[in-house]
Structure formats: structure tokens, C-alpha cells
Design a protein around this ligand. Structure first.
Ligand SMILES: [Zn+2]
Length: 244
């Protein structure tokens, strides 16, 4: 008999797979799993609700060195509150797009998983959608190993006081070195950037979210940061700009 494994995870991508099946990419606490869900494209099967992107499921699957097959599963969260609003759903997709793209680059999947779930829960209940997704993008820089250096000025190596973020230098440039070059963010916006980076997800209150939401300079900076350090351009953000 084949061994059955129990898992829980978030479906981050779904591709058609043979007849009536899908191949689901699932983010779990232990990393990525690729699972075949049979019957997911049929109308009247019990697996139909399981085979959709942005769905948290608990499932059993066969052990396999290649692709494993889902044997049974239940939906833990369908994220209806997100899926019912097109803009909210698209913002959630910005998060999934990055997770998919960088899935092999992460090492701490447990933190990534828990962080993603808690931000999706935040997205359900808030109207500051852009703020939530900015938080996601800034904080996962740590998990991707490309967070800016906050404490040491990348130009002179001194403690960075009243510092301003410069993307190409990869850090916060101290006040003495400011005159050397124009930074990507001014001092005030850099402070906010750092605050987003260090604040725990549960500590973001509405006051802070309002400050961050649709912040033009920080949005621009995050976009450029991903382009410069990770060679990544978001297709979903382009779509949001068009529909938003
Ligand atoms: Zn300096």
C-alpha cells in the first residue's frame, strides 16, 4: 500500500492537468508541494472546490518522489471575502505572484507561510488594500535575503542616523553622506519604510495603514527595489494600475 501524507497549505497556482484534473502548487509550512487533484474540473465532484487558486486546504496525498495525488481534502478557507471583490482579489494575486516567482529562493517556509496567511486575513477585513500588499512586499525582502541595510551606511560604514534609503546602494545612507547623491526616498519616507519593515503584522493599526496606503513614493521605491535587486516586474500590479 502506498503511504498517505497529511498536509495543510495554500494553493498559489493551478494548471490544467490531463483530463478533468489540475496540478496545484501549494505553499505549506515545509515548502512547495505539487499535487494532482483529480476531478477538479468536473462540475459535480467533491474535489471541485479544492482545485482553485487562493484556497487554504487540508488534504491527504500519496507519497511520491515525482508528483503526488490528492486522495482526500477539505477547504479550510475559501477566501470568499477576497474573491468577491475584484480589486481585493488582484491585490492577493500580487502576493501569490511573488511567492510563485521566488518559491525556490526562500529558505524559511514556515515564516513565509504564517506571514502570508496572516496578511491574507488582514486583507479580508481592511479597505487599505495597497497598504497590506506593500507590507508584504517590504517584509519578504528579509526572507529573500535582500533587505536593505538599515543600520550601517553603505557609503561610509558609519551608523546610519537620519538616513535615507538608496536602492542601488542597497541601504540607508547616513546624513553625512547625503550630499554625495540623491537618495531613492527622502528621510521622512525612509523612516516610514523602516517602520513597515520592523512592525509586526498584528501591530499595524488603521492609523499606520492609512499612512502607508497608496503612498506614491514608497510604492515607486518598492517597485524599483524589486527590479534592481531581484530583476522582477509584477504583471499583476500593471493590471491593478489599469483597473484601479
Ligand atoms: Zn555615510
Amino acid at each position: 500500500m502506498r503511504k498517505i501524507i497529511k498536509s495543510k497549505g495554500l494553493i498559489i497556482k493551478v494548471q490544467d492537468y490531463l483530463e478533468n484534473a489540475v496540478l496545484a502548487t501549494i505553499l505549506t509550512e515545509n515548502g512547495k508541494e505539487s499535487i494532482i487533484i483529480k476531478g477538479a474540473k468536473k462540475l459535480n465532484t467533491s474535489t471541485r472546490r479544492l482545485g482553485n487558486v487562493l484556497t487554504l486546504i487540508e488534504y491527504n496525498h500519496t507519497e511520491s518522489s515525482g508528483l503526488s495525488v490528492l486522495t482526500e481534502g477539505v477547504v479550510v478557507d475559501n477566501y470568499t471575502l477576497i474573491k468577491d471583490e475584484l480589486l481585493k482579489f488582484n491585490y492577493a494575486l500580487v502576493m501569490l505572484e511573488k511567492i510563485n516567482f521566488f518559491i525556490e529562493e526562500f529558505t524559511d517556509y514556515k515564516t513565509l507561510y504564517n506571514f502570508t496567511i496572516s496578511l491574507l486575513n488582514k486583507l479580508k477585513e481592511t479597505s487599505y488594500l495597497n497598504a497590506v500588499v506593500l507590507i508584504f512586499q517590504i517584509k519578504i525582502l528579509y526572507l529573500l535575503g535582500v533587505a536593505p541595510s538599515f543600520n550601517r551606511c553603505p557609503v561610509c560604514g558609519k551608523k546610519a542616523i537620519n538616513a535615507a534609503l538608496d536602492i542601488k546602494s542597497g541601504g540607508f545612507i547616513c546624513e553625512d553622506c547625503h550630499y554625495l547623491k540623491e537618495t531613492s526616498l527622502n528621510i521622512e519616507d525612509s523612516k516610514l519604510f523602516k517602520e513597515i519593515y520592523v512592525t509586526k503584522v498584528n501591530d499595524f493599526n488603521d492609523e499606520l495603514l492609512i499612512k502607508i496606503d497608496n503612498h506614491i513614493n514608497i510604492n515607486k521605491c518598492v517597485k524599483s527595489y524589486y527590479e534592481w535587486h531581484l530583476d522582477f516586474k509584477s504583471k499583476v500590479l500593471d493590471i491593478i494600475e489599469k483597473i484601479g
